[in-house]
Ligand binder design. Structure first.
Ligand SMILES: Nc1ncnc2c1ncn2[C@@H]1O[C@H](COP(=O)(O)OP(=O)(O)O)[C@@H](O)[C@H]1O
Ligand SMILES: [Mg+2]
Length: 315
């Protein structure tokens, strides 16, 4: 088993803040590791250590087999730290910037242009390709920074909250980019505050809070710990609530809850959705909502930290 990222016992303190308090991270080659945690959890600090931008106080980290503290140059060669590593020239167009970076990386002129074109399309910048970067909006600029870090097809890529603040359609585009990067053979460490994003993209998820790892699992394993997904159905006519509750109860194999004129119950997987639609239609019930949602990060935290606290009390 080959790991592209392997960190053990990372600690980092800033003044009074223990940003990382003994964090282990591991990403298999060609996989996506999701690092999930709320604001201030220590995600960016971990990424900056792995990307050789700052040094850990304690712990070790290997990226592509190179020690970040002892061989930072070798690490930098293999990573695509987006935004901060590759720098964009404001006066050049988006396309010129990417072509120039390609040439600096010794791609031939033709290859550099082809890579620039591909990245401009991935990041929805094709139309703005021939405008100077200084005319770009904040979002466009951020996408150009991301693209700049990917010109050299780095084998390990750090994406630090790439979708925070994006609208849903741009978020989907970014998910497509991440999938393309993995398809091309890269290993991606993606930090996020969103469980659904980690679920959609990551092979494994490490959940961190206050500088510590509080869970590490596959997306399915993590959802299972937290109680899977919730099916919610809201009938148009509240007098049908009991009929809906009977159907949901049967599908979930558990007693549903009724809240705000809607019936909800935890369900094991997506496959119940089709069955729910069919039964509701067969019963002639009109609905205003029929949804399946993942637990939110808040619910994940409540479950995980509640359990951690219980274990500490027991110890
Ligand atoms: N350069 C710094 N100086 C002082 N405190 C910092 C610095 N960088 C991060 N921190 C603190 O360390 C903690 C973790 O921050 P960070 O790694 O940015 O978390 P995240 O990326 O998960 O939001 C936070 O409390 C943050 O305020
Ligand atoms: Mg951050």
């Amino acid at each position: 088993m080959s790991f592209s990222i392997r960190a053990e016992g990372l600690r980092k303190r800033f003044g009074d803040t223990q940003a990382l308090d003994g964090v282990d991270l591991a990403a298999r080659q060609g996989s996506v590791l999701g690092v999930l945690g709320p604001n201030g959890a220590g995600k960016t600090t971990a990424v900056r250590i792995l990307a050789t931008l700052i040094k850990a106080d304690e712990g070790t980290a290997l990226v592509n087999g190179h020690d970040v503290a002892r061989e930072p140059g070798r690490v930098r060669e293999s990573i695509g730290l987006t935004g901060q590593y590759a720098s964009v020239d404001e006066l050049l167009t988006g396309e010129q910037n990417l072509v120039m970076i390609g040439q600096l990386l010794d791609l031939g002129g033709r290859q550099a242009r082809a890579r620039a074109k591909e990245l401009l399309e991935w990041f929805d910048l094709a139309e703005a390709a021939s405008r100077p970067a200084k005319t770009y909006s904040g979002g466009m600029r951020r996408r150009l920074d991301l693209a700049a870090g990917l010109v050299g097809r780095p084998s390990v890529i750090f994406l630090d909250e790439p979708t925070t603040g994006l609208d849903p359609s741009k978020r989907e585009d970014m998910w497509g980019v991440v999938r393309s990067l993995v398809h091309d053979g890269s290993t991606v460490l993606l930090t996020t505050q969103y469980l659904d994003e980690a679920d959609a993209l990551a092979d494994e998820i490490t959940v961190i809070d206050h500088g510590r790892v509080i869970a590490h699992d596959t997306p399915d394993g993590l959802k299972h710990v937290v109680g899977g997904q919730t099916l919610t159905i809201r009938p148009l006519d509240p007098s049908r609530l009991d009929d809906v509750a009977a159907i949901v109860g049967e599908l979930a194999g558990a007693r549903p809850e009724i809240h705000n004129r809607a019936v909800s119950a935890p369900v094991p997987g997506d496959e119940v959705l089709g069955e729910a639609v069919a039964r509701i239609a067969a019963a002639g019930i009109a609905v205003t909502e029929l949804s399946l949602h993942l637990p939110s990060l808040d619910e994940v935290f409540f479950t995980l930290t509640g359990r951690t606290a219980a274990l500490q009390e027991a110890a």
